[in-house]
Structure formats: C-alpha cells, structure tokens
Design a protein around this ligand. Structure first.
Ligand SMILES: Nc1ncnc2c1ncn2[C@@H]1O[C@H](COP(=O)(O)OP(=O)(O)O)[C@@H](O)[C@H]1O
Ligand SMILES: [Mg+2]
Length: 237
C-alpha cells in the first residue's frame, strides 16, 4: 500500500489525488528508549483510517509526532504542504492551527469558555473574519446537535456533549486531517456510537481525512482501512 503512493509517479496525477499524509521511516525515542522503530503510513485525502494496537505500542506517540507536538529523531512526516521535520517553531504553530484537528479521549476543552466559545477559538487563532466565524460556529453547533447548549460551560455538559463540542472545535478551521486518540474511550456505547457517526459524516461532508486510534474493533466501521501497530511499527500498512 505504501510503496505505490511513495513513488514519484504520484506527481503525474492531479494534485487532488496526492496523499494528504505521508510518514516514512519515522523513529522516535524518549531518552534512550526508542518507541517508534521506523513507522510508514500513507493516508489519502479524505480517507478514514483506524489505527489499532496494544496499549504501549506507540499509537499516541505517533499522533503526537503527526501533530508536531513531539519532534521525531529520524524519518520524514509530510502533511498537506508541511514537511514537519524541516519546519521552524512558527511554521509548526501555523501547521497545528491550520492543517490538523486533534480530538482527545478526555476532551481538553477550556473550562472557562462556553461550548460556543470553545468551538470559535480555532477560528479566532487563524484570524477568520467575524461574520464567517459566527456563521461557521452556528453551522457546527447545529451539525453536532448542540445549538441549545451553546452557552453552557463544559462542566455543565455530559461526556458525549463535551466530545461533540471537541469535534466541532477540531473542524472549525477546516483542517485536512483529524487526529483522534481514543475519542470514545471514556463514553458509554450509545454516546460513543453518536461520536463515531458524527466523525464519519463530517469527514465525508468536508473531505477531511481521519486517523482514528481505537482499541474497539466496532469503531472501525466508520473507516475505510484498518492498520495495526505493534511494538512501535505498523505491521500491515
Ligand atoms: N512523554 C513520554 N516520556 C517517556 N516515555 C513515554 C512518553 N510517552 C510515551 N512513552 C512511552 O512510549 C511507549 C508508547 O506509549 P504510547 O504512545 O502512549 O502508547 P499507546 O498510545 O499505543 O498506548 C510506552 O512505553 C510509554 O511508556
Ligand atoms: Mg495512547
């Protein structure tokens, strides 16, 4: 799967068929302990991929490298037009604000902001004009079924509602890729199912690629492909 997409022949096709994300031979160590031992992964624009693997196999580390939070020791990561290994701090910051949306198991909403304000924030950070921002927030609140909760703070919302706010926030700036790290891990199965349905429909609607880390095989139903990670390597890319 990787080899054909890494080939330079890809450049002879139109730009829209270029993979949105390419990871090649990525190594990452914490201190002397290497956690990623040469990871290869390619994701097409708009493609939804599930990443499964035992606890400790390096899934979150890979997502942190893809988000530019963790620097890599060797190899290359390209997402959209950004080559992360060569990016400066300010380019990495722009990359995080423009190119990716991140969803965590534990939501990571800002507790002092309302649902609406949490969703609006990424738009403010990239300087989106107020009218466009306001319209987008309303559309997203509606899409995640939370218009009636717009003014509530996270601690007045259920886990499922918080995660719906986090999803709306993650796509507010129309990223090319959503990185979701066990997004249903702390939810009951009904709320979790709703979160998965939302991720699938928003990914389709806005053509956003999704890399979904999950240990629930049922969650793979929204993905077109499943890759497995073991001991810091992807074993079936
Ligand atoms: N910040 C860190 N410092 C040191 N070791 C870490 C750090 N983050 C993760 N690790 C180690 O890297 C390995 C992979 O962890 P992680 O990527 O969280 O796995 P997964 O998400 O698949 O459960 C584990 O052995 C973990 O202890
Ligand atoms: Mg993890």
């Amino acid at each position: 799967m990787n080899s054909n997409l890494k080939s330079p022949a890809a450049s002879t096709t139109s730009a829209t068929t270029q993979p949105v994300l390419e990871v090649s031979a990525v190594h990452k160590a914490y201190g002397k302990v290497e956690v990623l031992h040469g990871v290869d992964l390619t994701i097409a624009a708009g493609e939804r991929v599930a990443l499964m693997g035992p606890s400790g196999s390096g899934k979150s580390t890979l997502l942190n490298c893809l988000s530019g939070i963790e620097p890599i020791d060797a190899g290359a990561i390209r997402v959209g037009s950004y080559a992360l290994s060569h990016a400066s701090e300010s380019e990495l910051e722009r990359y995080r604000r423009e190119c990716i949306g991140y969803i965590f198991q534990s939501f990571h909403l800002l507790p002092t902001l309302s649902a609406l304000e949490n969703i609006e924030l990424p738009g403010q950070l990239i300087g989106m004009p107020t009218a466009e921002r306001t319209e987008r927030v309303q559309t997203l609140l509606d899409a995640v079924g939370l218009t009636h909760r717009a003014d509530h703070k996270p601690d007045a919302m259920s886990g499922g509602e918080r995660q719906r706010v986090a999803i709306a926030r993650a796509i507010m700036h129309r990223p090319q890729v959503i990185l979701a790290d066990e997004p249903t891990g702390s939810l009951d199965s009904t709320s979790g199912d709703r979160i998965l349905d939302l991720l699938e429909s928003l990914s389709r609607q806005y053509s956003i690629a999704l890399l979904l880390v999950t240990h629930e095989s049922s969650a793979t139903r929204i993905c077109e492909r499943v890759v497995h990670m073991k001991d810091g390597c992807i074993v079936n890319a």
